[in-house]
Design a binder for this molecule. Structure first.
Ligand code: UDP
Length: 319
């Protein structure tokens, strides 16, 4: 297959490129690099089945040749990023989804949208099944991401129903692993980097809010299965093991062997109280479930951040 992956230089996008290349497919990776990092795909440059195009997908997209798949993974994806880039976040979720669906339609390619657990907002149903319609504040600071992704899902279904595009929607829950940016702002990367630097771990609020963390290899496996399945309706992809943020801080301190302390900060506006995927549909329809527990995933992730922190320290010493 020949597939277009947008957000190819991002965290999930780059792992997805690796997966498709590893399975023998051809990949056109696209990214405007506003939050993506070319280092994430540098190992693929020069590969005969990989091509990288620097392009903003909110503008008209031109890809030469046929395509069998379009996977739309471009978007700022951490609350810190989408608060800094609110308009780009809205545009990539709306205009970018429209443009990428247009490519899929023109090329008669299968389409997969990277949607999000944020479509459930601050959920009043727990855990969240795909049938839950969510509780989102459209005008709050997170609304730019949540509403763009909700629009993106609606647009994807409209292209399916009106134009017969063969579509898939992955509702992606919190994920972590190598290639997240150290300054990404998400909780797992923040805590690991803070622990490795001996800085305080910044727990927002009282740390009783919960999240369920999925290691990137499990996540990519789930997305890959979904792409090759027949399921058009949205599917939750995530790990249902739920932790409070305070528990996560303790596990990160243990796994890094850090003596950092925990420092409490103000809770961001509209921060969801709880989040946990119901993955019954993924199990039944995709035959998929995550395998890597949090501690194991952290053990695979910490060395990546340790290397980055050490490289930065070494550079600082030579200056
Ligand atoms: N969080 C925290 N400290 C940090 C970063 C995040 O306590 O340094 C909290 C945040 O308030 C939220 C949870 O961790 O309750 C997950 O945040 P993240 O930004 O990773 O993603 P979200 O699930 O909120 O989109």
């Amino acid at each position: 297959m020949r597939v277009l992956i947008t957000g190819a230089a991002g965290f999930l996008g780059s792992h997805l490129c690796d997966r498709f290349i590893g399975e023998g497919h051809e990949v056109v990776g696209m990214d405007n690099l506003i939050t993506g990092n070319p280092d994430n795909v540098a190992h693929l440059f020069g590969h005969e089945r990989f091509r990288f195009i620097r392009h903003d997908v909110t503008e008209f997209i031109h890809v030469e040749g046929h395509l069998d798949g379009v996977l739309h993974f471009a978007s700022p994806a951490s609350p810190v990023d989408y608060l800094e880039l609110p308009i780009q976040t809205l545009k990539v979720g709306s205009l970018g989804t429209h443009k990428t669906l247009g490519v899929a339609k023109a090329k008669q390619a299968r389409y997969l949208l990277a949607s999000t657990s944020e479509v459930y907002g601050d959920p009043q149903v727990h855990p969240q099944p795909e049938t839950y319609w969510g509780n989102v504040n459209p005008v709050g600071p997170r609304g730019v991401y949540d509403e763009a992704k909700r629009f993106a899902e609606a647009m994807t279904m409209a292209y399916h129903r009106a134009h017969g595009v063969d579509t898939r929607i992955a509702r992606i829950f919190n994920s972590y692993g190598p290639r997240m940016r150290p300054a990404d702002g998400r909780v797992v990367s923040n805590f690991i980097v803070q622990a490795l630097r001996g800085e305080p771990l910044t727990v927002y609020g009282d740390g009783s809010q919960t999240r369920s963390f999925c290691y990137v290899d499990d996540m990519v496996e789930g997305i890959y299965h979904l792409f090759f399945s027949d399921r058009v309706e949205p599917v939750n992809v995530g790990n249902p093991d739920e932790f409070s943020v305070k528990e996560l801080a303790e596990v990160v301190l243990e796994e890094t062997g850090s003596e950092s302390r925990v420092e409490y900060r103000r809770l961001p506006v509209d921060d969801p109280r709880v989040r946990r995927p119901d993955i019954g549909v993924a199990g039944r329809e995709l035959g998929w479930e995550p395998k890597i527990v949090l501690r194991e995933g952290l053990r695979k992730t910490i060395p990546y951040f340790r290397r980055l922190v050490e490289e930065r320290n070494a550079r600082a010493r030579t200056l």
